[in-house]
Design a protein around this ligand. Structure first.
Ligand code: NAD
Ligand code: UDP
Ligand code: UDP
Length: 322
């Protein structure tokens, strides 16, 4: 979309080379904004942003947000943080630093610039929830000293910082709690369930169900999620969040495995031990997003899974050729 210079914003997206960040950047550039993508490439890849390499509205900067960042922008989306258990547990101290020091630096940047700032928080702030479905006023059931704590407590502390910068300094903030999201450009080896199952089935390997597969998740297709981000960012200053964004259609992990095998064929299902602190069920209450943003997901699992399979079919094919 062509846009007059006066209405064009300079937007910083941290974690922009990751799964969600790269889709967000595509939408922002599609709207005619200038994007500065800041990423240390820990879990993100240049492949996700390759198509933007020579785009006049796009700039990439390799940087770790636990370090101060001095740039001039109009808006900030803070997405930088490893998101899958394998990756965030690889270096848990760095994960907490990214969530907490990273948030402090990005909030300090926003404060200096008086810029609106968006935080990608997570349904993990609800921990292993005792309330179902989860609405934003539920405070969560989180283990502070377990293997998931670096991520869960890091994200909780980041939310605290966002709300304190808002209350104490009047900073305009937008906090979204993201529920399980899937789609093209998920990391093929980060252990998340949709990418694992699709890649396993495409390779004709057994699908690994952890536990008995009766635990549930609600899967949101990436395009729906990004639409929710943009709508939240567009709200007036009174809307801060936190707002759940996710798809309330809930499936057991076994159902997901069966659906994947039905689409790709061939593979068998095997069970493996359930990881510690693995939440038993998760489903967003999205009433707030519906009321405040007029948002609800449009792409259901069948269609989203087809699009994801198409992406991984190419990806797995290219990996096998290489
Ligand atoms: P991702 O791992 O694909 O992307 C995260 C990006 O952040 C990567 O490109 C990584 O290299 C970068 N990064 C990590 N640490 C950094 C640092 N210190 N400095 C600069 N860059 C750094 O994950 P994603 O799924 O795209 O997640 C994006 C955000 O959304 C994360 O904050 C995550 O916690 C949140 N989230 C995602 C989901 C989901 O289902 N995908 C669910 C809840 C929350
Ligand atoms: N910061 C940054 N970029 C800026 C402004 C600040 O990275 O443009 C960092 C800075 O390193 C500081 C953090 O943000 O540690 C928090 O800034 P704030 O002004 O809130 O705190 P203070 O500097 O007063 O400790
Ligand atoms: N899971 C599984 N097999 C896999 C990967 C994950 O059964 O190969 C399960 C996992 O134990 C969890 C659910 O799928 O119950 C979702 O896992 P994911 O890591 O995608 O997300 P999160 O646990 O953070 O919601």
């Amino acid at each position: 979309m062509a846009r007059l210079y006066e209405s064009r914003k300079r937007i910083l997206v941290t974690g922009g080379a990751g799964f969600l960040g790269s889709h967000l950047i595509d939408r922002l550039i599609g709207q005619g904004h200038e994007v500065l993508c800041v990423d240390n490439l820990f879990t993100g890849t240049k492949r996700n942003i390759d198509h933007l390499h020579n785009h006049p509205l796009f700039e990439f900067m390799r940087h770790d947000i636990t370090m101060p960042l001095y740039v001039e922008v109009d808006e900030i989306y803070n997405l930088a943080c490893p998101a899958s258990p394998i990756h965030y547990q690889h270096d848990p101290i760095q994960t907490t630093k990214t969530s907490v020091h990273g948030a402090i630096n990005m909030l300090g940047l926003a404060k200096r610039l008086r810029a609106k700032i968006f935080q990608a928080s997570t349904s993990e702030v609800y921990g292993d929830p005792t309330v179902h479905p989860q609405s934003e006023d539920y405070w969560g059931n989180v283990n502070p000293i377990g293997p998931r704590s670096c991520y869960d407590e890091g994200k909780r502390c980041a939310e605290t910082l966002f709300f304190d910068y808002h209350r104490q300094l009047g900073l305009p903030i937008k906090v979204v709690r993201i529920f399980n999201t899937y789609g093209p450009r998920m990391h093929h080896a980060d252990g998340r369930v949709v990418s694992n199952f699709v890649v396993q089935a495409l390779r004709g390997e057994p699908l690994t169900i952890y536990g008995d597969g009766s635990q549930t998740r609600s899967f949101c297709y990436v395009d729906d999620l990004i639409e929710g981000f943009l709508r939240l960012m567009d709200t007036d200053e009174t809307v801060t969040g936190p707002i759940n964004i996710g798809n309330p259609n809930e499936f057991t992990i076994r159902e997901l495995a069966e659906k994947t095998v039905a689409k790709i064929g061939g593979a068998e299902l095997i069970t493996m031990p359930l990881p510690r602190d693995d939440p038993k069920q998760r489903r967003p209450d999205i009433s707030k997003a519906k009321a405040l943003l007029g948002w609800e997901p449009k792409v259901q699992l069948d269609e989203g899974l087809d699009r994801t399979i198409e992406y991984f079919r190419d990806f797995v094919g290219q990996m096998e050729e290489a």
